[in-house]
Design a protein around this ligand. Structure first.
Ligand code: SAH
Length: 240
């Protein structure tokens, strides 16, 4: 997924990198200049990827049906977040791809992904670089990650996580399900006077980071939603 790309040439070059490495599903979030002849030109023989690219208004909409979201970032952000190396990213994707839809998210050429977008991700991945100049061209970053995926798929890496995930009895919750949960949780925390939206501190960010780390499954999510609903019912009954 490419978020708010300004230069269509980068979209074309990213599509080319993906096709070289055997990937095909490109999603564009609010691209500034697309469709574009420049993108087609830079895509070379990867025009099929450009033509079948899905377009979304927001990252939240683009990841609605994904249950593993990995965001790329050239630098560390304010709140520390679970980090993966490019190799670990590839191992994770390989371990989950049969069961869960995975998104790899790339940011704007000038400013990368913003904090809200980074908080929609379960993990962040940083490509190791010269520390004095860490920002790669967008399509070059797509190439590095795609190459790692290619290598991992070729090696059919057999780490313990592959096995563990294979035995899991439930699917992981999708982005959309998790967003409904956060809204519900926030509503209940306000209703019980635990959370003051006027003075939020970093409560919701910390809740997001907590549940991102856990990678909650659909059954666990339904249990938590059920608990929240009962809390709301109790409050309502008390008020009568
Ligand atoms: N100044 C921006 C850099 C944007 S570069 C920032 O600080 O994030 C455009 C995009 O390329 C980034 O959003 C990211 O998706 C990718 N990218 C560039 N360099 C990267 C790196 N070292 N590691 C991971 N992704 C990188």
């Amino acid at each position: 997924m490419l978020v708010n790309t300004s230069h269509p040439g980068n979209i074309g070059a990213s599509a080319r990198a993906m096709k070289n490495m055997g990937l095909s599903n490109l999603a564009l979030v609010d691209p500034e200049d697309f469709p574009s002849g420049v993108a087609v030109g830079r895509a070379a023989s990867a025009i099929d990827i450009i033509e079948s690219a899905q377009i979304f208004d927001s990252l939240e909409a683009a990841i609605a049906d994904c249950s593993l979201v990995i965001g790329t970032s050239a630098r560390s952000r304010k709140i520390p977040w679970p980090m993966l190396s490019p190799e670990q990213t590839a191992a994770k994707v390989l371990a989950e791809i049969d069961r869960n839809k995975v998104a790899l998210v790339f940011g704007r050429e000038d400013a990368g992904l913003n904090n809200d977008e980074l908080q929609l991700c379960h993990y962040h991945v940083q490509i190791p670089t010269n520390e004095n100049y860490s920002s790669l061209n967008l399509a070059a970053a797509v190439m590095v990650i795609s190459y790692e995926l290619r290598k991992a798929f070729a090696a059919e890496s057999d780490n313990s996580e592959v096995k563990e995930d294979g035995f899991w009895d439930q699917e992981k919750a999708t982005g959309e399900q998790v967003e409904h949960f956060y809204n519900h949780l926030e509503r209940v925390m306000v209703a019980i006077d635990f959370h003051d939206p006027e003075n939020p501190r970093q409560l919701m960010q910390r809740m997001r980071r907590l549940f991102s780390r856990i990678r909650i499954d659909v059954m666990e999510m339904n249990i938590l939603r059920g608990i929240l609903t009962n809390i709301e019912l109790r409050i309502k009954n008390k008020q009568k």
